[in-house]
Design a binder for this molecule. Structure first.
Ligand SMILES: [Zn+2]
Length: 311
């Protein structure tokens, strides 16, 4: 009885949860994006590999502290149905009001905003800002590649599939990325139209959301219920999570979707960083002082997120 209560308490306090791609995937994505950069940029970015990795999840951690942070990580495109969504923030505010936009997420507009800030940081040769904004922009671009970040049924809460958010974007990468994923993503390219590309990414994600949900639903019907979950010891805590067998089976029915979206995120992050640098006039980065980042603190992980949660 005590053991059972103990297990139940642990499940309550450590539910299957995730915020964004999951820390593992966000860190991996930001890290690998560095290697796609041209040599002129590698000079600044490579010494900051640990910084960009460790700070890949700052944007998610801010969701526990800053209320305005939440809507920057998603957009419920299905809410707007066939309505035209202006790509320029001011036009979108005029059409829908800021409140409405914040309710259903502002991810694509926020990416444009972050690109403008990163371009300015390059122009000013402000290396601390370049790294901080690159880490954050990487986070948002990675989120834009996640189908359930572009869909109102973001954790299967409308269809009895609670937990699917973490299954897709945390459990699969954590379990399979090292053995099964091929990260070849080419080289960073210049992006002529940042807004159009950003919206294309989120629309692709929105279109894939249906498959993400349907495939899990079908799988859950055919998969033995008692084999769907498992308990894992994580840092001395017993955590209920999707079993390895269920995770593998889900990955299989999705084809290589998670791998493709993860590779797409790596390629786009590198290309967005590169584009910001080109648009800033390709400033020389080699002479910028990289040591200042060593003092940077990593934000702590807190228990309670403000606003919408994906658990
Ligand atoms: Zn996020």
């Amino acid at each position: 009885m005590f053991l059972r209560l103990f297990v139940i308490m642990l499940i309550i306090f450590f539910p299957i949860s995730t915020k964004g791609w999951g820390f593992f995937a966000h860190q991996r994505i930001n890290r690998l994006a560095v290697f796609l950069l041209p040599p002129e940029m590698i000079a600044l970015y490579k010494p900051q590999l640990e910084y960009l990795t460790n700070h890949a999840t700052d944007a998610d951690k801010r969701r526990y502290i800053v209320a305005a942070e939440g809507p920057r990580h998603y957009i419920d495109i299905d809410h707007y149905r066939e309505e035209y969504l202006p790509v320029v923030w001011r036009d979108a505010v005029t059409k829908f009001s800021e409140d409405t936009l914040n309710t259903y997420g502002i991810l694509p507009w926020h990416i444009s905003h972050m690109m403008a800030r990163l371009t300015k940081a390059f122009q000013e040769k402000n290396s601390a800002q370049i790294m901080k904004l690159s880490a954050d922009l990487g986070h948002y671009i990675a989120d834009a590649h996640v189908p359930l970040h572009a869909c109102s049924n973001h954790n299967g809460q409308f269809t009895g599939q609670q937990g699917i958010h973490g299954l897709w974007e945390s459990r699969i990468p954590e379990l399979l990325a090292d053995q099964a994923f091929n990260y070849w993503a080419g080289k960073a390219v210049y992006i002529r139209d940042i807004q159009a590309t950003t919206w294309q990414i989120v629309r692709e994600s929105a279109m894939a959301a249906d498959t993400v949900l349907k495939k899990e639903r079908t799988l859950s019907i055919h998969f033995p219920t008692d084999q769907r979950y498992a308990y894992e010891n994580r840092s001395g805590k017993l955590v209920r999570t999707y079993s390895t067998a269920y995770t593998r089976a889900y990955q299989q029915v999705l084809g290589n979707m998670v791998e493709r979206r993860m590779c797409g995120a790596i390629f786009m992050i590198s290309s967005f960083w590169y584009t910001a640098w080109v648009n800033a006039g390709m400033p020389h980065l080699g002479e910028l002082d990289a040591k200042i980042f060593l003092k940077e603190k990593v934000l702590p992980v807190k228990d309670k997120m403000i606003g919408r949660q994906e658990e």
